[in-house]
Design a protein around this ligand. Structure first.
Ligand SMILES: Cc1ncc(COP(=O)(O)O)c(C=O)c1O
Length: 393
């Protein structure tokens, strides 16, 4: 590998939310990785910083071709240049979709457990949350109950916020699953807003298919949101984009964003352009490293964490651990924070079906991951003893 993903970068002394929020605990929570961004991105940023003037930026003229080429070579998806709307973040982008396609009192369809800001976006606009639970199989793999999906949609439901691939379950929806969800949505007159921020970090043989790439009819009713943030570990640069092929939907979307959504800054543009044109090799290596981490976590959980189980993530670097049979004296997040000094995400904000689960981010050097899992193992095996104080670092 040209990149050394085992290298430990000291982020404790940086401005990292991930490394600051829980003090000296090992942070295995928020979805950013502990790897250096690819060198071409860092070079583009250095060059832009050297320029020294940071006024409002306009879109680089090469950007749309770079995005189109990316979508074509990664997903075999042909998109017209005018379909792109640049937005400074994915959470902002799906909030704009709520504003654009719903009126007060309308409903937004959500599949729980799910990335918490997708569950709360509706409340920002006086909308109702029409929430269904995904079905968890014995192997920890989640599926969609289509009858339940159809039954959850009401007369007032106008928008389906889809997470694809799905955070936190790690599912890469198959073509058939996407087609069935689209069929129900279109039949009931919904707009689909598909958050595909994790779509580049997929483990073969799984394959990410943008919802809108399935066929023209679906494309006409779909807003797709993508970003280099997770893919190249640059979430702090604040760049994302929506693909909206239908002219009327795009007009409504842009109108909803006007005046309230800030512009992407010069560093966001510089980083995104380098990401989508010069970093394919880095990404291939990163996925291989993450695959090793994923398999390591799965094996560790199976062999050394009694009562804990997980489905094998098909995408991204988040493991959704089920602690319900581990007989913990407390909520998993609190238990491991206190007894292992390992910080996972709290489960409750992920919604129904998340009680007793914890989300563990394995996008880090293997040595940090090993340390976190070994601490968790020790905490589990000594859980019935009184606390001796946190392990030393
Ligand atoms: C599904 C999903 N959407 C959006 C985001 C955040 O996107 P942004 O930082 O661009 O708002 C995340 C981050 O974890 C995510 O998992």
């Amino acid at each position: 590998m040209a990149t050394n993903f085992d290298e430990i970068i000291d982020r404790r002394q940086s401005d990292s939310i991930k490394w600051r929020k829980y003090g000296d605990a090992l942070p295995m929570w928020v979805a950013d990785m502990d790897f250096l961004a690819p060198e071409p991105i860092r070079a583009a940023l250095r060059e832009r910083v050297e320029h020294g003037v940071f006024g409002y930026a306009s879109e680089p003229p090469e950007l749309r071709d770079a995005l189109r080429a990316w979508l074509q070579r990664r997903f075999d998806w042909t998109v017209a240049p005018e379909a792109f709307v640049i937005v400074p973040g994915v959470v902002t982008a799906f909030n704009v979709a709520c504003r654009a396609f719903c009126a007060a009192g309308d409903g937004v369809l959500i599949q729980a457990p799910v990335y918490p800001p997708m569950r709360t976006a509706q409340a920002n606009f006086g909308l109702t949350r029409d929430e269904m639970e995904l079905t968890r199989g014995n192997d920890g793999r989640y599926e969609v109950d289509y009858d339940l999906m159809a039954a959850t949609i009401t007369e007032r439901t106008k928008l389906f916020l889809l997470c694809s691939p799905h955070n936190p379950t790690g599912r890469v929806w198959t073509k058939d699953e996407l087609a069935r969800m689209a069929e129900i949505s279109l039949r009931r007159g919904l707009v689909i807003c598909s958050d595909e921020i994790h779509g580049d970090l997929v483990y073969s043989p799984h394959r990410h298919r943008p919802m809108a790439s399935l066929d023209g009819e679906i494309a006409r009713r779909t807003v797709t949101i993508m970003a280099p943030s997770k893919t190249f570990n640059v979430p702090g640069l604040g760049f994302s984009f929506a693909v909206i092929e239908d002219r009327d939907l795009r007009r409504q979307y842009k109108a909803a964003a006007a005046d309230i959504v800030p512009h992407v800054g010069p560093l966001g543009y510089a980083g995104a352009l380098a990401a989508y044109t010069e970093c394919d090799e880095w990404l291939a290596e990163c996925i291989e490293y993450l695959r090793g981490n994923r398999d390591f976590v799965a094996q560790f959980v199976r062999e050394r964490l009694p009562g804990v189980s997980m489905g094998l993530p098909e995408a991204t670097y988040l493991a959704w651990l089920d602690f319900n049979d581990a007989d913990l004296p407390d909520d998993p997040q609190r238990f491991f924070l206190q007894r292992a000094r390992v910080a996972m995400n709290e489960c409750d904000p992920f919604g129904p079906g998340s009680c007793g689960f914890g989300r563990l981010n394995f996008g880090c050097p293997r040595s940090i991951l090993t340390e976190a899992l070994e601490r968790m193992e020790r905490a589990l095996t000594t859980k019935n003893q009184s606390t001796q104080g946190p392990p030393s670092l």
